[in-house]
Structures are given as structure tokens and as C-alpha cells.
Design a binder for this molecule. Structure first.
Ligand SMILES: [Zn+2]
Ligand SMILES: [Zn+2]
Length: 318
């Protein structure tokens, strides 16, 4: 079975408030941390969530607005102070390269590990150990991206008893087959992964809207997603503000989830004017029942058997 976990480090929109930090989400799988956006003070949320300083990691930034980006320098600094050695790739709109270079030059932000910033175009951004991340252009103010994460294991579980039955020698050959590679044995016999593995689990997909008005690219990406993490800056009484400022209402986010048949919708990045977000979630629930309000340090685990579980943070850790 495949499993991935979405950890919400920050769920605030525009201004951080008590208990709601600037946007950042980490997708955890197979020992990897894939971070999406790095809002202000993400370094402390990262620590609170115990995500590990020297894990394999990549960072994806949606756009160059400060609430999505200001925490990047602090996070890199913290990693350096704590002696991170593993390289780190940062992906985002082309303007991000200049921003990181400027931060490195002007405040002497060196890192103890290789940091490479890549300019992202719509399409495939990275393929890392069974996870493909794609970007799509959204409709915000200026150049802005959303991201889709698809986790697909190449095979089902390895079945050692089948391998023994088929006289396949243990060791590297077993590992190759378990990783989805075909092999040819010394006696010339070819073995395919499906001969010694269970059924391939279905893919798991998570879509993150970033900041956007409702748009076709988000609709396209969200089709039948297991989890859609969508901004919901306003309620419908402020639909004019949403349109003007390039954001979404809770109703519009719920309509996308309904039309795309997503399994679970998590609303994030709502305006501080809505306090605890009751008005946001109430509006969305009228359109789409499988919706929840994201909270800082909340975790959602998705499993390829179609189930999910949600872990809420302790009150004192937020
Ligand atoms: Zn923005
Ligand atoms: Zn924003």
C-alpha cells in the first residue's frame, strides 16, 4: 500500500495571526519532505512538526508574493546552523532565482549544503522516487503556479515466497525486481517485476492551488484528486474582492472540488477577517460535504486503499 502525509505548517492568508502562520505545506513520503511555499517563520513550524533537518528534501514556491516566500531564507539559515549536508533543490517562478541570489549576496546567506534554484515552466517539474510534481499556471496577480503531486509506486509489495519458488537468487536481483526493474538471470531467464510482486497500488494525488481565481488549469489538475488543498480567501459576500485581488471564495473552491470529484478538500489561506474560519467552512460545506478547514500542524495521511486519516495538533503546539 502507498501512503503519503500532508503536514500543514502554515494556513494563514495575507497576515499571520495567532495560531495561523503564513502558507507552507510539506508532503512526506518514503523519507522525503517536499515543501510547498515557505511563508514567514516556516523554520519554527518545521521544527514543531519534527520534520528533520537533514532529510531528503525539495522546495516548490508558487509565486513571489511575500506571504509565500519570506520564510525561505530563515529556513536555509536554520538548516546551515544545524549542519545540514544533503543538497536541496528549490523550484519556482523564474523571478525566484533573482530573489535567492539577492538574499545570498545582500545578507550573506551562505548554506552548508548545495542549494540550486530552478525556474519552473508548466508541466513536469521533478520526478523523485515514485513522485512526479507538475506545475500549472494559475490566475492570480502576476506569474503564479499551482502544483500537483502524484505518487505512484512501480509495483505492489515484493513476494519473497514467489521469488524463492521461481529460484531467483536473493540480494540485488530481489531489490531490482522490488523497484520495478526487469532482470535477466545468469541462466538467461528473464524475470519481470510482476512475476514476484503483488498488484500495483493505485496512484495518490494531491493538488495545491497556491493563490488563484477559479481557473481551467486548476480544474484540469484537480480531476479526481485524492486531496485538493485550495485557497479560500473570502466568502461570497466578498466575491468582488476575490475577483479584484486574484483570489477565490469558499463557494468557488467547493464547486471546483465537487465538479472535479475530489475525495477531500482542505481549505487554506483564508483572510484573518474570518477569525476561526467558521463562515468559510459553512459556505463551502453547502456545496461540497467532504471539506475541512486546514489548521497549522494538522496532518492528513492518504492511503492507496482510498482511506484517509486526519490528525489535529495539540492546542499547545500551534
Ligand atoms: Zn499571492
Ligand atoms: Zn497569498
Amino acid at each position: 500500500m502507498s501512503r503519503l502525509e500532508a503536514v500543514f505548517l502554515g494556513t494563514g492568508g495575507s497576515m499571520p495571526t495567532t495560531g495561523r502562520n503564513h502558507p507552507s505545506i510539506v508532503i512526506k513520503y518514503q523519507g522525503w519532505n517536499l515543501m510547498f511555499d515557505a511563508g514567514e517563520d516556516v523554520q519554527r513550524q518545521f521544527e514543531r512538526a519534527k520534520l528533520g533537518t537533514n532529510k531528503r528534501m525539495a522546495i516548490y514556491i508558487t509565486h513571489r508574493h511575500p506571504d509565500h516566500l519570506l520564510g525561505l531564507g530563515g529556513l536555509l539559515l536554520r538548516f546551515s546552523l544545524l549542519g545540514r549536508t544533503k543538497p536541496l533543490s528549490v523550484y519556482g517562478p523564474s523571478e525566484l532565482i533573482e530573489y535567492v541570489r539577492m538574499a545570498q549576496d545582500s545578507i550573506n546567506l551562505g548554506t552548508t549544503f548545495d542549494t540550486t534554484v530552478y525556474a519552473v515552466e508548466p508541466g513536469t517539474v521533478s520526478e523523485i522516487e515514485n513522485v512526479r510534481v507538475t506545475a500549472f499556471e494559475v490566475d492570480h496577480r502576476g506569474h503564479a503556479l499551482g502544483y500537483k503531486v502524484v505518487y505512484q509506486k512501480p509495483t505492489g509489495p515484493f513476494l519473497p515466497e514467489r521469488a524463492i519458488e521461481l529460484d531467483i537468487p536473493k540480494g540485488s536481483i530481489w531489490r531490482k525486481l522490488a523497484a520495478g526493474e526487469s532482470v535477466v538471470l545468469d541462466n538467461g531467464r528473464a524475470v519481470n517485476p510482476e512475476d514476484v510482486t503483488g498488484p500495483q497500488p493505485p496512484p495518490l494525488s494531491v493538488v495545491y492551488s497556491g493563490d488563484t481565481r477559479p481557473c481551467d488549469a486548476l480544474l484540469e489538475a484537480s480531476k479526481e484528486a485524492d486531496l485538493l488543498i485550495c485557497e479560500a480567501m473570502y466568502t461570497s459576500d466578498n466575491a468582488d474582492l476575490a475577483e479584484e485581488r486574484g483570489h477565490m471564495t469558499a463557494k468557488a473552491a467547493a464547486e471546483i472540488a465537487r465538479d472535479c470529484k475530489v475525495k477531500l478538500l482542505a481549505l487554506t489561506h483564508y483572510s484573518p477577517r474570518y477569525g476561526d474560519g467558521t463562515a468559510i467552512i459553512d459556505e463551502a460545506r453547502k456545496v461540497f460535504p467532504d471539506v475541512m478547514l486546514a489548521r497549522d500542524l494538522m496532518r492528513i495521511t492518504l492511503s492507496s486503499d482510498g482511506t484517509h486519516s486526519i490528525e489535529m495538533p495539540d492546542a499547545q503546539t500551534t
